[in-house]
Design a protein around this ligand. Sequence first.
Ligand SMILES: [Zn+2]
Ligand SMILES: [Zn+2]
Ligand SMILES: [Zn+2]
Length: 253
Amino acid sequence: MAQIEFLGTGTSTGVPQPLCTCEVCRSTDPRDKRLRCSSLLKFDNTNILIDCSPDFRQQAMRANIDHIDALLLTHGHADHMGGIDDLRPYCTYNPLPIYAEERVIDDVKRRLPYCFMQNPYPGIPRLDTYPIVANQPFEVGNITITPLRVMHFNLPIVAFRINNMAYVTDCLTMPQETIAQLQGLDLLVINALRHTEHISHQTLSDALALIERLAPQRAYLIHMSHDMGLHAKVSQQLPPHVQFAYDGLKLDF
Ligand SMILES: [Zn+2]
Ligand SMILES: [Zn+2]
Ligand SMILES: [Zn+2]
C-alpha cells in the first residue's frame, strides 16, 4: 500500500503567475493555486520525494513531512531542484540520498557547490549522491524504482515507474521502449502544460493521446500553466479516467 501526495502541480512560474491578472491567476479556487512540481511517495516507513521545487519549504510544512528517505530527481531544471538547500532540517542526523542521472548530479554540484566541499561550513545540507541510469532499476529500502527515458525537447530526462504507478514530468516525447514499459499501469501521473504548442512540454491533447496509447486505469495531469484554464471548467473536457491533479491531492496506488 502506497500513497502519492502532490506537493506542487504547476509549471515553472507557478500559478498564479506574478504580474498576471488572467481569470486563473485571480481565481479563488484552491485547485487553481499551483506550486512548482514535486510529489511525495509514502510507503510503510519510507518517504520518497520526487523533485525538490523552489516551493519545497512551504510544501513540506503543508504536507507535514516528518522525514525523507530519498530524493529522486527527474532533471536539473530550477523548478525541479531549486529547493534542495531547504532540505536541511531533513538531513540533520543523516545525509539525504539523492538519486539522479550523472549529468543531473553535476547540476546539483554546480548549483550547491558549498555542499560538496572538503571541509564544508557547518549547517549545510548533507547530501549523498547516487547516480542512476535509465532502464536500470534501483532500490530505496525495499522499494524498486525504474528510471525510464523521456525527452524534454532535446534534453534526455527520466520518468520513474514504481510498481504500477509511473511519474512522468516535463516530457515532450518518449521513445518506443519507454512506451512499452509504461503499459499496464494503475496510475499514470503525466505532464500537460496548456492547450497550445510549446517547444519542450506536451499540450493537453498530446497528453491525452499518449494516455490513450499507454492505457492506464487512471491518469492525473501535472505541470500545468495558467493557460490551461480554470480547474473547474477545463476538467469537464477530460475523459472520465483522466483528471487534473491539484496541490495537496493524495492518491493510493
Ligand atoms: Zn518543469
Ligand atoms: Zn494568469
Ligand atoms: Zn524542465
